[in-house]
Every structure is written in structure tokens, then in C-alpha cells.
Design a protein. Structure first.
Length: 231
């Protein structure tokens, strides 16, 4: 029996789908059958989280995420992933309050970057992911330096995430805007680009740029799959 995977999602639903489909399809690709690990998805209602983020009410966010994780535990999961980069601001606090493993998206991403022998990456995501120390610090523990866009570009990136990608709206104009920012980060020395919001891979794919991109949603989902398969 494989470990049962818990996915705390809905943050947003667009990326939550990515996690589940990667786990199912990648297993079938590797093993040729439908014996993939069981998954339990707890999808939160995103609006309250968006409201809390606007006022930086991290205490309310922590309580709600903890409730979701505990519900996953009651559903019988053996471990869980939080299907979003931004909420990893609270990762350590949440891990300390649950009795089962949580897999970090930051650590999983660092492993992927190191596998390419890169030491300097550009980071795009929500304003919290780009400006708060949790992501930069998490990658620094693995010897990886981070370059972030300027404030105006951060605001633009966030606007596209919340007003377009979170509802599955894909615009070519926004893709070109993101690629311009990515190009500027490369000019500043970035060897690769971390798509540090699990919705961004809906807009930016490796085929869109020559610089290596790190799809954090897929990386995290793959980490969950591999962890579930370990005896």
C-alpha cells in the first residue's frame, strides 16, 4: 500500500487540479497502470484568504489552514502538501501543530534547482513570495541566491495572478509581460526562473523561454508522488 496523499488546495483551484493530474498521469507514465496512490483533496474557499492577505491577517490564515490540515488527517492521509507557494510563509508553524509530515514546496524547488547546478535564480510570484524572507531564506539554505523584480513589476505580476490566472484566464498580453520581466531578471544574472506561484505555469511554460524555468506546482506534486511510493 502506498502512502495516502493529502492536498490542501483551493488556493487556487486552478493549481490544485495540476497537482492531482500530475500525480495520476506521472504514475501511469512510469508504471503503465492505474495503481497510483490515493489522494484526499481539501479545497478551501479562496475569497476569505484573499481578503486576509490584503490585510496581512496571517493569524486567521494560519487557523484556517490548520483546520484544513486536520480535516485531511481525519480523512486518513499519511502526509500532505499545501498546494501554494505563498502559504509556505506559515509552513514551519503549521508543521509544528500537526502530527504528520508536510512536504515543503521551497525545499522541493531547491532540490530541482540544485539538480541543474544553478546557484542564482530569478523569483516571480505573489508580492508576499517575492518580498517576504521565507522563500529567499529557504533557497539560501541550499546555497541558492535569489533575484526579484522591481516593485512595479511585482505589482503587475500579482495583478495577473489574482485577476486572471486564479480564474483560469490566460492572456497573450500577460504572457509577453511576464516574459519581459523574466528577460530583465536574466539580464541581472539569473541562471533560471522560479515560477513561485503555482498558477504561473498556466501562463509560462519552458517552451516560452530559453532560460530554465522551475514549475513549482509540478515539482511539488512530483515530490508528493515519490514520497508516497517510498516504503
Amino acid at each position: 500500500m502506498y502512502k495516502r496523499i493529502g492536498i490542501l488546495g483551493g488556493l487556487t483551484p486552478e493549481s490544485t487540479i495540476t497537482y492531482y493530474m500530475h500525480i495520476v498521469h506521472k504514475y501511469h507514465e512510469n508504471y503503465g497502470n492505474h495503481g497510483y496512490p490515493e489522494c484526499v483533496i481539501y479545497g478551501v474557499s479562496f475569497q476569505k484568504y484573499e481578503d486576509w492577505m490584503k490585510t496581512e491577517d496571517w493569524e486567521s490564515i494560519e487557523k484556517a489552514l490548520l483546520e484544513g490540515l486536520r480535516n485531511l488527517r481525519m480523512a486518513g492521509v499519511d502526509f500532505a502538501v499545501i498546494a501554494t507557494n505563498t502559504m509556505h510563509i506559515l509552513f514551519d508553524k503549521l508543521q509544528a501543530q500537526v502530527d504528520f509530515p508536510l512536504l515543503s514546496i521551497v525545499d522541493a524547488t531547491a532540490e530541482a534547482i540544485k539538480s541543474k547546478s544553478l546557484t542564482n535564480v530569478g523569483l516571480i510570484g505573489t508580492s508576499f513570495t517575492m518580498s517576504k524572507p521565507f522563500y529567499r531564506g529557504g533557497l539560501a539554505k541550499h546555497g541558492i541566491e535569489v533575484i526579484t523584480p522591481n516593485k512595479a513589476d511585482q505589482d503587475y505580476i500579482g495583478k495577473v495572478i489574482f485577476e486572471e490566472l486564479s480564474i483560469g484566464k490566460i492572456r497573450e498580453e500577460s504572457r509577453q509581460g511576464y516574459l519581459k520581466i523574466i528577460g530583465e531578471l536574466v539580464d541581472k544574472g539569473a541562471q533560471g526562473i522560479v515560477l513561485g506561484c503555482t498558477e504561473i505555469p498556466l501562463l509560462i511554460r519552458q517552451r516560452d523561454t530559453n532560460v530554465p524555468v522551475f514549475d513549482t506546482a509540478t515539482i511539488h506534486a512530483e515530490k508528493a508522488l515519490q514520497y508516497a511510493l517510498i516504503d
